[in-house]
Design a protein around this ligand. Structure first.
Ligand SMILES: N=c1c2ncn([C@@H]3O[C@H](COP(=O)(O)OP(=O)(O)OP(=O)(O)O)[C@@H](O)[C@H]3O)c2ncn1[C@@H]1O[C@H](COP(=O)(O)O)[C@@H](O)[C@H]1O
Length: 199
């Protein structure tokens, strides 16, 4: 574990041999184990080369992390990065799969395998498509204004996304083109971009 220590915390640790720290939020000394009874019995204390960091070496009576883990350092950054990458991949796969279905409907004549297709109806009727996009966007806003369940917000966003993606297909614009624009905007503040637009 890692904690902040001041001179008093260090002096207390030296005399009690129990790892003691200073809480900056509570402005008080605290000894690891005073609540959990999982004390750290300190045998040696080392200062680092420029004397702004200390290591308490000792034997712990139990888990040192408040989560019950043996150590607080149980989160692997490499694992975090790869699970994030998996989530990103899944999001992209979902969007590309939906885009591909919509494009198939565009190529189908009449209906999808003889079945009625909502996508096809939208693709054939600009007024219906635009009115649905506006309607779904309004329903998304209502989930905020009327403080609806988070699941309603997710569902309405799915409706907005799907209907907007039908418009993209109709216009022959790829979702990748949209994502590319979003990526370019990562490095720019929206306020600054608007200011520069007016100038
Ligand atoms: N993601 C969607 C999707 N999201 C919403 N919708 C349809 O959009 C329509 C929304 O119109 P509603 O008037 O019912 O509006 P609503 O907001 O859902 O309902 P209300 O709140 O107005 O009552 C419904 O028919 C939904 O089923 C969708 N229709 C199709 N897709 C995707 O497109 C694929 C192809 O669908 P088809 O073209 O119908 O074969 C599907 O397999 C899906 O992957």
């Amino acid at each position: 574990m890692q904690g902040f220590a001041n001179k008093d915390a260090l002096l207390t640790t030296i005399s009690s041999r129990k790892a003691t720290f200073y809480s900056r939020s509570r402005s008080t000394l605290w000894t690891k184990g005073e609540t959990s009874l999982n004390f750290i019995n300190v045998s040696e204390i080392f200062l680092d080369c420029d004397r702004d960091s200390i290591i308490y070496l000792g034997k712990a009576d139990g888990p040192t992390c408040h989560t019950g883990s043996e150590t607080c350092y149980f989160t692997s950054i490499d694992d975090m990065i790869s699970s994030q990458a998996e989530e990103n991949k899944l999001a992209l796969t979902t969007l590309y799969a939906l885009e591909s279905t919509i494009n198939q409907r565009k190529e189908d004549s009449g209906s999808a395998n003889g079945k009625p297709s909502w996508t096809k109806r939208l693709l054939l009727d600009d007024n219906l498509l635009c009115s649905k996009i506006r309607e779904e966007a309004d329903e998304l806003c209502c989930t905020l204004e009327e403080n609806e369940e988070k699941s309603r917000t997710a569902s309405e966003m799915a409706d907005v996304l799907y209907h907007a993606m039908v418009l993209l297909a109709k216009r022959g614009v790829k979702i990748e083109d949209v994502l590319q624009i979003l990526r370019v905007r990562f490095s720019q503040s929206g306020i600054e971009e608007k200011k520069n637009r007016k100038a």
